[in-house]
Design a protein around this ligand. Sequence first.
Ligand code: AR6
Length: 174
Amino acid sequence: MKKTSIELLQADITTLAVDAIVNAANSTLLGGGGVDGAIHRASGPKLREFCSSLGGCSTGEAKITPGFNLPAKFIIHTVGPVWQGGRNNERTLLRNCYWNSLSLALKHNLRSVAFPAISTGAYRFPKEEAARIALTTTKDFLTVNADFFQRIIFVLFSQEDLQLYQRLFREIFE
Ligand code: AR6
């Protein structure tokens, strides 16, 4: 089988026709601002209705829903840690978000997955460290689950974030 393609893209994640997009949600799973708000708006009201039956989600964990009106088939909702200075297990919890989201995609046979930069907006996780965790966790996951994914896409909203990922990608993957 072909090697996984890891892509860095500046885009609105709600526009991507992939098997699953990942949502940087909060523990209620009932919507909010940022990428979460954009996903709920684009997916439509059935998403909130479905999410209200899930009983919320703990930090670092992930739950799956249909994409409803999105071009993506499914949404994997994960709850990133709120940055509190780094002494509250934030790094491990952010790693868990990526690891558990990829595990859920694998379990549901979803081979193309797009991630936003979890926790780096309202939750204030330092961007460079968060990007490093996103890329190294993915690399580690792929070393133990080789050949499953076709595409893993990191979707960045700003050009500055894209450039940060490009720099770290060269360091971590090449
Ligand atoms: N597509 C891709 N990336 C986006 C989009 C989009 N449409 N919109 C924003 N981003 P944030 P968090 C980027 O705040 O820090 C919500 O209220 C954004 O530029 O969305 O995990 C939830 O309900 C940033 O780089 O998520 C929670 O309460 C990244 O997505 C809380 O915010 C994450 O920013 C979660 O905070």
